[in-house]
Ligand binder design. Structure first.
Ligand SMILES: NC(=O)c1ccc[n+]([C@@H]2O[C@H](COP(=O)([O-])OP(=O)(O)OC[C@H]3O[C@@H](n4cnc5c(N)ncnc54)[C@H](O)[C@@H]3O)[C@@H](O)[C@H]2O)c1
Length: 262
């Protein structure tokens, strides 16, 4: 539970996450939003369990030094997720923060979407969010609380023809799950919020063709794509004690894309 002295501490400059232990999923190769988030959390004083399905978390954790340790996880498998939190407690003593960044993109749109794609997207985004949040609560509640950030998308609010309807639906579900966790576990000192990125230049989006890059970047009121750091800093704020009265919200980090009528 956050105390008055914790709040006073939270207003000290620097070390936003000093002393905190964070489990971060989706920490793949350098340049993913998850990898950049892990680096910023370490800079802010946190110790981080860097988790991913790909194997790339090993190199990423190594590059962050002794404050980070890797863990291989498939967030759609409950035994993996349970083992991930057990490993975090074993390695760092406790878990204060979960940032669930892991996700997979949708390819086909409209009626072309396949059952396999729908199942894969809902499995990673919805079931993965449910399982990581469930097991985060299990370790956080007996310890007096914690903070969760789930990665949603600007596509969870409204529809863009380029984005898979299954992806949008799954990310809308992430918003709903986040609010459920906030409401059901607020009394246990657990805060849960979501970050909803707009088009962001994570590693994979550097491959987007120049025309599409210009068009997608131009959707933002700011007229440019976001950087992974701009997502990570909002996640750091939301999981820090500075956001101690913020829970159950979905924060668009989209340069104003979702503020437009069209
Ligand atoms: N980049 C954007 O423009 C953008 C926009 C909106 C939302 N998002 C969301 O932000 C998050 C990160 O985006 P990104 O661009 O860094 O994506 P990315 O594809 O580069 O990275 C996602 C990471 O998640 C991992 N992952 C996938 N399935 C997993 C599973 N079952 N278990 C564990 N790890 C798994 C992948 O291996 C990868 O390292 C995602 O949830 C994505 O949907 C991104």
């Amino acid at each position: 539970m956050t105390t008055e002295s914790d709040v006073a501490y939270a207003h000290q400059p620097g070390g936003l996450l000093k002393g905190k232990v964070a489990v971060i999923t989706g920490v793949g190769a350098a340049g993913t939003i998850g990898a950049v988030t892990a680096a910023i959390f370490v800079q802010e004083g946190a110790r981080v369990l860097a988790a991913d399905i790909s194997g790339a978390q090993k190199e990423t954790a190594l590059s962050l030094g002794p404050a980070a340790a890797p863990f291989q996880v498939d967030i759609t498998r409950e035994e993996d997720v349970e083992a991930m939190f057990a490993h975090a407690v074993e390695t760092f003593g406790r878990v204060d923060i979960l940032v669930n960044v892991a996700g997979n993109p949708g390819g086909r749109r409209g009626p072309e979407v396949t059952v396999e794609e729908f199942e894969s997207l809902t499995s990673v985004h919805l079931l993965g969010t449910l399982l990581t949040n469930k097991h985060a609560v299990r370790v956080m509640a007996p310890a007096g609380g914690g903070a969760i950030v789930n990665f949603s998308s600007a596509a969870s609010f409204n529809i863009d023809e380029r984005i898979s309807m299954a992806y949008s639906a799954a990310k809308s579900g992430v918003n709903s799950l986040t609010k459920s966790v906030a409401v059901l576990h607020g009394a246990q000192g657990i805060r849960a919020n979501a970050v909803a990125p707009g088009f962001t230049l994570s590693k994979k989006n550097h491959r987007v063709p120049p025309e599409a890059m210009k068009e997608l970047g131009g959707k933002a009121a700011l007229g440019r794509p976001g950087q992974p750091e701009e997502q990570a800093h909002v996640a750091a704020f939301l999981t820090s004690d500075r956001a101690s009265f913020v829970t159950g919200v979905v924060v668009p980090v989209d340069g104003g894309w979702s503020a437009r009528l069209a």
